[in-house]
Design a protein around this ligand. Structure first.
Ligand SMILES: *Cc1c(COP(=O)(O)O)cnc(C)c1O
Length: 379
């Protein structure tokens, strides 16, 4: 194990503490932030929000992008716009960051958990289809869960650590079963499935720009869609549902104050300019890790799945078993090389214990063995 620590220290060219993921500000960040302060437009209106939304849509190949205050808010609004209501069910994966399930819960809906694929660590189309064949039934163009009697309104797959899941197959299954597809693409900016950007397969997609993501606005998120009406409604709902007017305050719905401040957007515009170089840097790191771990019998480096191009946001390895994993975590963290286990399964958390779930053997397998290793863009 000391060899691994030595390799990571050499790779990052330091003997000091190596965090899992640090942001990098090599570009126009200070310039744009100064522009923003000089103009006094630091808050909810300003040119950086508009230019970010344009640039981002172009980057991922969606027609529209609506910036939000964080990724969770983006997911929340995407679910509302997909029609998720109180008492509905939303299918997702148990191996995800808590925000996916929180956003579903904010709508008054309940998550239902199906398994992930071992190679992608994202929602498994086979598990989804098996679940629906066993529990689903189409009535009046709606998918009803025969076991609970509730409507399965949407499905939210997540592209784990930037590795795209089998999103095309998932989309086909959702279409067949009249289920809306919303992608949690929070981790996968710069990741493609068969040359199409993740987050653009579903009705709506959500990204995050939290401090630990591939690019950051401090805190922030964005909703993408090709549907003009949905984009307009997303903007409306995230800006307190205020009817545009020069001086009057009239609101036509209970909206949300989910808009990204211009100050954050200024940082983000500068970060987006550097995305391609960050992606290159991360891919080079993944190649070095892959080569190093190829020599190891007990630790496998997780590479991008077939048909996909991953952003390698967080690099990950697969240990032999839970005992080996725990020893690895303890050793590396003690040596100042930060490593972290993948998430606890959502269905095992107190809040989601009563949610329905399917055979989750792949999720369980990965939960016990996957560890993230230092992944920052190297200077
Ligand atoms: C980061 C993240 C989010 C949203 O994050 P915010 O911190 O709210 O921006 C949602 N889902 C996943 C899987 C994430 O990793």
């Amino acid at each position: 194990m000391q060899k691994i620590v030595d390799f990571i220290q050499k790779t990052f060219n330091t003997k000091e503490f190596i965090p899992l993921h640090e942001p990098r500000f090599f570009g126009n960040e200070k310039k744009y932030l100064n522009d923003c302060i000089d103009s006094t437009f630091v808050s909810s209106v300003g040119k950086f929000v508009d230019s970010f939304e344009k640039e981002f849509a172009l980057k991922v190949g969606s027609k529209y992008a609506v910036a939000t205050v964080n990724g969770t808010a983006a997911l929340h609004i995407a679910l509302i716009l997909a029609g998720v209501e109180h008492g509905d069910e939303v299918i997702t994966q148990p191996l995800t960051f808590i925000a996916t399930c929180n956003a579903i819960s904010y709508c008054g809906a309940k998550p239902v958990f199906v398994d992930v694929d071992l190679d992608t660590m994202g929602l498994s189309p086979a598990s989804l289809e098996n679940f629906l064949k066993m529990h689903g039934e189409i009535r009046d163009n709606k998918c009803i869960n025969k076991t609970t009697g509730k409507t399965i309104k949407a499905c939210v797959p997540m592209h784990t650590f930037g590795h795209p899941c089998r999103i095309e197959q998932i989309k086909n299954i959702c279409d067949t079963w009249h289920i809306e597809l919303i992608e949690d693409a929070a981790e996968s900016l710069g990741s493609y499935y068969k040359k199409k950007h993740t987050g653009t397969f579903g009705k709506l997609g959500a990204f995050s720009f939290n401090g630990n993501k591939i690019i950051t606005s401090g805190g922030g998120g964005v909703i993408v869609t090709d549907d003009e009406l949905l984009a307009k409604r997303a903007k409306h709902l995230t800006t307190t549902a205020k009817i545009p007017h020069a001086y009057e305050f009239v609101h036509d719905a209970i909206g949300y104050n989910y808009r990204m401040p211009n100050l954050n957007a200024a940082l983000l515009v500068a970060q987006l300019e550097q995305l391609d170089s960050f992606l290159e840097n991360k891919r080079a790191l993944s190649c070095e890790y892959a080569e190093f771990f190829r020599k190891s019998a007990d630790i496998k480096f997780i590479e991008e799945p077939k048909d996909a191009q991953s952003n390698y946001w967080l690099q990950a390895v697969l240990l032999k078993d839970k005992k080996e994993r725990d020893a690895f975590l303890k050793f590396t963290n003690k040596k100042g090389v930060m490593t972290r286990p993948i998430w606890r399964l959502m269905n095992e958390l107190e809040m989601f214990k009563t949610c329905q779930y399917f055979d989750l053997s792949n999720s369980k397998y990965l939960e016990e063995k996957v560890v993230n290793i230092p992944s920052s863009v190297r200077i």
